[in-house]
Design a protein around this ligand. Structure first.
Ligand code: NAD
Length: 395
């Protein structure tokens, strides 16, 4: 079939298998063209491995460190004439590329919050990999069923304390609009912490530890975002921000439990990038379009793969084995985003952006291109007029 993008709000309901494969190849080529990771990990588990930051972490592990990788994700294969989700196509392409270079790469598709998927991962690691020396935790999920109680919690993106109004970018209509977000209830806060907080990360590490599958000196890393003041009401000070505070609590608890094997848990605060998760956050897409414009003009613009390559080479696996942290004990990969000259430029532009000035003041086109690329559209050297089979499977 001929596959075209079908955008519905902040998702695209189709994906292009060859475009996704070409995206993976570009990311692999980037890693190969840059310094490899000295003393990198050899056995890596990535939870949330099919898109965004988790996918980029897996690519750096495999192609920058020559590591064996096990990826866990929740994606949909092609069914009844519908295309698969991009994360499915990405993961098939990644496995194929890794195997063609003699690297072990295996995947588990299912709900990472469940005990069943954790058990499957334990079995796979035990039979195929041996001890794990890096666990990346990169889930962005709308809901979680607690494996102990069976209760399902939904995460929300809401301000805390009072309703909040600000402008946002309607990407379909290319207009700047004003929206009011209703303040979260206590239940919204607790539910979001349940889904996006640190509890499940702790359960994963506890299980691997109990099964004796963590190597001496192993590291585990989860991802965080702080961002500038203009996004704080909805991000840092909102429901998702509360979940991230819980993630930091979990980091300390996990680090303590890993002490006996000389392991440690870390949190990396990453830059704002275009992913399926970030496109769903109200107001954040307007910030990203301005940020991209400023960072492309002033320098330092990065996507997921550049960030994750820098995380591995300049933070996690430096020659001196030192992991630089800020005064709160966090790795700051958002250092370039938060530079005063970048933030001052964003702050100056923000109030001036209107529907009429979107093109002039923001990187709207760049944002749209990147958004469509997440689904495999608009990628160089892909023939979008060609008939393609949407059914692509793992070998
Ligand atoms: P993403 O949407 O691109 O990826 C989410 C991943 O989680 C996918 O692999 C998906 O399959 C997987 N997933 C979702 N629900 C699952 C489930 N129930 N079981 C198994 N897998 C599941 O997200 P992203 O933007 O890369 O976000 C990853 C992390 O990075 C999050 O913690 C996010 O807060 C953080 N982060 C993102 C940004 C950004 O701008 N995108 C910035 C800083 C930090």
């Amino acid at each position: 079939m001929i596959i075209r993008p079908k955008v519905r709000g902040f998702v695209c309901v189709t994906a292009h298998p060859l475009g996704c494969e070409a995206n993976i190849k570009e990311q692999i080529d980037y890693v190969k063209a840059n310094p490899s990771v000295e003393n990198g990990p050899k056995n890596v588990l990535v939870i949330g491995a099919s898109t965004g930051y988790g996918l980029a972490s897996r690519i750096v592990s495999a192609f920058g460190c020559q590591a064996n990788t096990l990826g866990v994700f929740f994606e949909r294969p092609s069914e009844r004439g519908r295309t698969a989700t991009p994360g499915w196509y990405n993961s098939v392409a990644l496995e194929k590329a890794a195997k063609s270079e003699g690297l072990y790469a295996s995947s588990i598709n299912g709900d990472a919050f469940s005990t069943e998927i954790k058990d499957q991962a334990v079995e796979r690691i035990r039979s195929d990999m041996g001890k794990i020396d890096l666990v990346i935790y990169s889930l962005a999920a709308p809901r979680r069923t607690d494996p102990k109680t069976g209760e399902t919690y939904r995460s929300t993106l809401k301000p805390i304390g009072s309703d909040y109004s600000n402008k946002y970018l309607d990407t379909d209509k290319k207009t700047i609009q004003e929206a009011t977000l209703e303040a979260a209830t206590d239940e919204d806060i607790q539910n979001t912490v349940k889904v996006m907080g640190g509890e499940d990360w702790e359960l994963w590490i506890q299980k691997l530890e109990d099964e004796g599958l963590l190597a001496e000196g192993c590291k585990t890393v989860a991802y965080d975002y702080i961002g500038p003041k203009v996004t704080w009401p909805i991000y840092k000070d909102g429901t998702i921000g509360r979940a991230k505070i819980d993630l930091r609590r979990a980091k300390d608890a996990i680090s303590e439990s890993l002490q006996s094997i000389g392991g440690r848990a870390l949190i990396s605060v990453n830059k704002a990038v275009v992913t399926q998760a970030s496109s769903a956050i109200p107001g954040v897409n307007l910030y990203i379009t301005i940020l991209f414009r400023v960072m492309k003009d002033l320098g330092g613009h990065e996507g997921c793969i550049e960030q994750m390559h820098r995380l591995f080479t300049d933070r996690l696996y430096r020659e001196d084995d030192f992991v630089p942290l800020d005064d709160r004990g966090l790795i700051r990969m958002d250092d370039w985003e938060m530079e005063p000259k970048i933030q001052e430029a964003v702050t100056e532009v923000w109030p001036k952006v209107t529907t009429e000035t979107v093109d002039e003041l923001t990187d709207f086109d760049g944002y749209q291109d990147e958004f469509l690329r997440l689904f495999g559209f608009g990628v160089k050297n892909v023939d979008y007029e060609a008939d393609v089979d949407p059914v692509v499977n793992f070998e």
